[in-house]
Design a binder for this molecule. Structure first.
Ligand SMILES: [Zn+2]
Length: 369
């Protein structure tokens, strides 16, 4: 179901009212004295900006933690302060959210992410989440829609020899079934972004799995000195497949790696496959390099996981490929409809193996190993 912009505004207004109530309750509440918690997170679309935006007065270890992909809170043991409930600022404009949080006694870390179809400046995600109780003065990270997110990161990297890889965690919290052309100038359309698969046993949504694996790939690539541009760092985004390809194009990525999971009506079907663009004039310039990357990544992922090898699949009908000007692949990491693979995919250990394999393939493609 597609929600209209009017409906979203309505929701935003309701949230504002609710937050005013929450804030009043917080201010009036008796403070609970407890160990202060400095929370840092690693949503990393624009790491440098996140660090520079509010770096004054933030200890270096928190800044460092903020640049990692680790979502685990970091506890600063020396700050005994009152616990305050974090208000819900999702859907607000960034400045409004910052004001509310400042009044409530929090520091704000800005994390920009490509805007996609979201209204520019909208807060798309927050960490800690609404309702969490954390120490006064703690950092709250706000992921907000910023059309310049990729450009800023690229500017920071200008002059360096950094190789850029764009990672696209498939799907998002809510599908957007509005049509978009399947390629430049095309009359044919496809939904902007579909809902994806769901674990038959675990009920894990594909978008969450894709982001978890993507974050692991990101961390590994960054450890190798590669600049990673993520198309999304939160589930609550609205970025079409065309827009995802455009993020990779804008970033000047050496490779665009899209991470998904499969589904089938046959619960016995399992294994990993890698899709690559081929068979139309849009992708002709990237077909050969994409095929090479797909071959290397598929082989490495199958080796790392021991999963069934379903081989490569050439596709000319995928908007996220047809709009891409850089070599592109899409890894189907397993079948959420297969009970065994579904449970494996839900574990950090198996996700690590997937990430190891994907990264090994990427590094070979880039000539880095
Ligand atoms: Zn998918």
């Amino acid at each position: 179901m597609v929600r209209s912009r009017v409906a979203r505004r309505g929701t935003q207004r309701e949230r504002k009212k609710k937050n005013a109530v929450v804030l009043a309750a917080v201010v009036g509440a008796v403070a609970v004295v407890a160990l202060g918690t400095a929370v840092a997170i690693g949503l990393n679309a624009s790491r440098t900006q996140a660090v520079s935006a509010d770096s004054a007065g933030i200890p270096q270890e928190i800044l460092t933690a903020a640049s990692s992909q680790d979502l685990t809170p970091t506890v600063a043991p020396d700050a005994a302060t009152a616990l305050i409930e974090v208000p819900d600022v999702k859907g607000m404009q960034l400045e409004e959210a910052e004001t509310l949080l400042a009044v409530a006694g929090f520091s704000v870390l800005r994390v920009s992410t490509p805007a996609g179809d979201a209204i520019v400046g909208t807060v798309l995600a927050q960490q800690p989440t609404a309702g969490s109780k954390v120490g006064a003065g703690s950092d709250v990270s706000l992921v907000y829609a910023d059309p310049d997110a990729v450009q800023e990161q690229k500017t920071v990297n200008a002059g360096s020899e950094n190789i850029v890889v764009c990672i696209d965690p498939g799907h998002q919290l809510k599908a957007n079934l509005d049509p978009e052309p399947i390629g430049p100038g095309s009359q044919d359309t496809k939904p902007k972004v579909t809902g994806g698969a769901t674990g038959g046993t675990t009920k894990q949504p594909e978008y969450a799995l894709a982001l978890a694996v993507s974050a692991k790939v990101q961390a590994r690539l960054e450890a190798k000195g590669i600049t990673v541009v993520m198309t999304r760092v939160s589930d609550a985004v609205d970025i079409s497949n065309r827009q995802r390809a455009e993020v990779a194009n804008k970033a000047g990525a050496a490779l665009f790696v899209r991470i998904h999971a499969d589904g089938s009506t046959n619960g016995d079907v399992k294994g990993i496959s890698t899709l690559y663009p081929a068979g139309n004039s849009w992708v002709a310039p990237i077909e050969a390099r994409s095929l090479r990357a797909a071959n290397l990544i598929q082989a490495a992922v199958v080796k790392a996981t021991g999963a069934q090898d379903r081989g490569l699949s050439q596709r000319g009908d995928i908007a996220g490929f047809n709009w891409s000007k850089v070599p592109s692949v899409l890894v189907e990491t397993g079948f959420l409809s297969n009970p065994i693979e579904d449970k494996l995919l839900a574990t950090g250990e198996y996700q690590d193996k997937l990430a190891d394999g994907i990264v090994a393939g990427i590094l070979t493609y880039l000539g880095m190993q």
